[in-house]
Ligand binder design. Structure first.
Ligand code: UDP
Length: 255
C-alpha cells in the first residue's frame, strides 16, 4: 500500500492512463488476450503501490469502431459510434476484473448510464475514489458519438485534475517515421505540442490534442508492453516521448 516515502519519489501522482482496445488483442485477431490484461494489471498495481492515483480510459478498437468498414455500412455514424462505446464497456469490465484479480480496489465508471454494471460519472466521486487508492476505469468514451476514446482521455484527465495523460502503446514513443516499417525512424524524447499538430504526427486525434493543449496537460507516449515502464515514467525517468505545451522549452528533442 502507498506510503508517504513512496509518494516523494513520484514525479506524477495523479495520472490518466489511456489504453487502446487494440492493445488488448495481444496476438489474437479479435477479442481480449488475458495475458495482456494481466500484465497491464500488474503494471497498474506497481504504480498504485508506489503511491500513484491511477485512472484509466480504455478504447474499443479490438471489438468495434464507428469509423471502420463494418461501421460505415450502417445507416448512421452515430449508431455505429454507440456500438463502439459499448465495446469500450466490455473492455472496461475485463480490465476491472484483471485489476481486482491482481488485488486492487476498482470502480468502473460509465459515460452512458448502465447502473447494473458501472457507476455514472460524477466528477467529485471519481476523484474521491482515487484519493482512497481505488483504480478508476472510465468506459463509454465521452458518451457522445463523433468522438474518440483519446478525446475521452483528455476530457477525463482535465476533469479529475490529472497531472499528465499517459498513452500506452506498443511502440516506445513518437517517432519521425513509423518505427515498425522504417529502420531510420528516430524517437522524439520530447516535442512541443504545436509541432505535433504541424507535423501531423499521429499521437492522438486533433480534438484530443486540442483539449490537452487547452488544459495545459502534458502527454507521454510510451511502450505499455514492456513491464515496469509505466512506473518508471511516473518516477520521472526519460522513457517514451513527452508532448509538452511549454513554448519556452526546446521544441524538438530527439532521443
Ligand atoms: N466512441 C465514440 N465516442 C467516444 C469514444 C468512442 O463514439 O467518446 C466510439 C467510436 O465509434 C470509436 C469506438 O467507440 O471508434 C472505439 O473507441 P476508439 O476507436 O477510440 O478505441 P481505440 O482506438 O482506443 O481502441
Amino acid at each position: 500500500m502507498p506510503t508517504d516515502a513512496d509518494d516523494e519519489s513520484l514525479r506524477y501522482r495523479r495520472v490518466l492512463l489511456k489504453l487502446s482496445g487494440e492493445a488488448l488483442l495481444g496476438d489474437k485477431a479479435f477479442g481480449i488476450d488475458h495475458g495482456v490484461l494481466d500484465q497491464y494489471a500488474a503494471d497498474v498495481k506497481q504504480a498504485v503501490e508506489a503511491g500513484a492515483q491511477v485512472a484509466l480510459v480504455i478504447g474499443g478498437g479490438n471489438i468495434f469502431r464507428g469509423v471502420s468498414p463494418q461501421g460505415s455500412q450502417m445507416s448512421s455514424r452515430a449508431h455505429a459510434d454507440y456500438m463502439g462505446m459499448l465495446a469500450t464497456m466490455i473492455n472496461g469490465m475485463a480490465l476491472q476484473d484483471a485489476l481486482e484479480r491482481a488485488g486492487l480496489q476498482t470502480r468502473l465508471v460509465s459515460a452512458i448510464e448502465m447502473n447494473e454494471i458501472a457507476e455514472p460519472f460524477i466528477r467529485r466521486r471519481a476523484i474521491r475514489h482515487l484519493e482512497k487508492g481505488r483504480v478508476v476505469v472510465f468506459g463509454g468514451g465521452t458518451g457522445h458519438p463523433f468522438f474518440s476514446t483519446d478525446t475521452a482521455a483528455a476530457l477525463r484527465a482535465a476533469e479529475i485534475d490529472a497531472e499528465v495523460i499517459l498513452k500506452g502503446t506498443r511502440v516506445p514513443g513518437v517517432f519521425t517515421a513509423d518505427p515498425e516499417t522504417d529502420q531510420d525512424a528516430q524517437r522524439y524524447e520530447s516535442i512541443f505540442g504545436g509541432e505535433v499538430i504541424q507535423r501531423d504526427l499521429k499521437v492522438m486525434d486533433l480534438t484530443a490534442v486540442t483539449l490537452a493543449k487547452e488544459s495545459g496537460l502534458p502527454l507521454i507516449v510510451f511502450d505499455m508492453n514492456t513491464p515496469g515502464t509505466f512506473t518508471r515514467i511516473l518516477r520521472g525517468e526519460p522513457v517514451g516521448t513527452t508532448v509538452h505545451w511549454d513554448a519556452d522549452a526546446e521544441s524538438v528533442v530527439l532521443a
